[in-house]
Write a protein that binds this ligand. Structure first.
Ligand SMILES: Cc1ncc(COP(=O)(O)O)c(C=O)c1O
Length: 360
């Protein structure tokens, strides 16, 4: 939690809510927060300052981005994804297909090799999570985007387990649409708004499937008919959460002070250390690295395969080692470079080793 959060919230509650009340939307620039957050995130994901906004949650943004991409390729049939994609990503794509009146259908690849071979002239959208939420396997963003474009398909990437941990260059890779969580490596706080990215070439043609008043061309004219705003603004829906945006801004202000390359180098350093220590300290007790060994094939976290993972996880949490379980036997360690220190990795490993050495 950024130290400035309390102060910033206090300011919004007193100078904002108490004193300005609804005038706060203008006096305190609350309407600009979705854009301000986007401008601050942009350098971390290789986007232009006007190509990103924070709004809604990741699921809703996936729905908006995928629907927009499909509408731009409406004559094509398939959404190509992986069966291992995160639940919400799959549910949303399946729901869009079901409601398309037979126009669109899903295709599921079993793995990355399979996937490249499946992109063809009937593919409307290649729709993937950059990093697997279980084992942290990372796709090749640029290569898959290239392969999709070579067949005339568009791409929608979910960057949730990568943004703020590993270097991403959306414009260089020519990505069409992307989304991601604000509450993971970006440290935007519990329930932080999510972000969405639209490539400038689509910002005038892509339409929002949730045409809310905040995305209207003239929001305060209260027209009876929807007209999309110019640019990325059209992907706003309704009133945004000012308190959550304020908290997220406290974190993104820190990001703005940091050279992204230095931070990604730190993430790499933390990850390589963890892998090394897993091999050296934990392997003798039956715990194994369950993520790819090559850094460029991994995302933000590292997964460890252990027996009795649920019990080990409980003990780790009790002893202050932050991690999460993906059943049946994976324990995930998210290496957030903004706050985590090398010594934390050493201490965490010592605790895991102790638990594995003395099972009870
Ligand atoms: C890859 C991925 N996509 C989407 C989500 C869902 O995000 P939200 O709860 O913001 O809709 C998650 C949540 O952990 C996730 O891991």
């Amino acid at each position: 939690m950024p130290k400035s959060v309390r102060r910033k919230l206090e300011q919004v509650l007193t100078a904002g809510w108490r004193d300005s009340r609804s005038r706060g939307w203008f006096q305190q620039h609350w309407l600009d927060l979705p854009f301000e957050l986007g401008r601050r995130l942009a350098p971390l994901i290789g986007a232009g300052a006007d190509d990103v906004i924070f709004c809604d949650n990741t699921s809703i943004n996936l729905f908006k981005m995928l629907a927009a991409a499909l509408a731009l390729r409406s004559e094509r049939r398939f959404i190509l994804t992986e069966s291992a994609n995160f639940g919400t990503d799959l549910y949303i794509a399946e729901a869009l297909c079901e409601r398309s009146g037979g126009r669109h259908a899903m295709r599921y690849a079993a793995d990355a090799v399979d996937l490249s071979a499946m992109i063809d002239s009937e593919t409307a959208v290649v729709y993937l999570s950059l990093v697997d939420y279980r084992d942290s396997r990372r796709h090749d963003l640029a290569a898959i985007t290239r392969a999709a474009h070579a067949q005339g398909a568009l791409v929608v990437w979910d960057l949730s387990h990568a943004a703020g941990a590993v270097a991403i260059d959306l414009l260089t890779a020519d990505v069409d649409f992307a989304v991601g969580c604000g509450y993971k490596y970006l440290c935007g706080g519990p329930g932080a708004p999510a972000f969405l990215f639209v490539h400038p070439r689509w910002q005038q043609d892509a339409v929002s499937i949730i045409p809310g008043w905040m995305g209207h061309a003239d929001m305060l004219a209260f027209e009876p008919t929807y007209r999309p705003a110019a640019g990325i603004r059209r992907f706003l829906t309704g009133t945004s959460p000012v308190l959550a945006n304020t908290i997220a801004l406290a974190a993104l202000e820190i990001w703005a002070e940091i050279e992204p390359a230095a931070l990604f180098a730190k993430h790499r350093g933390l990850s390589e250390l963890l892998v090394q220590l897993i091999d050296r300290e934990l392997a003798p007790f039956g715990a194994k690295l369950a993520s790819p060994r090559d850094y460029d094939q991994r995302g933000g976290h590292i997964a460890l395969a252990v027996n009795n993972a649920e019990t080990v996880l409980d003990q780790l949490l009790q002893r202050g080692v932050q991690c999460s379980l993906r059943k049946p036997q994976l324990i995930r360690f998210g290496l957030a470079p903004l706050g985590l220190r090398y010594v934390d990795v050493w201490d965490g490993i010592a605790t895991i080793k102790d638990i594995l050495q003395h099972p009870h």
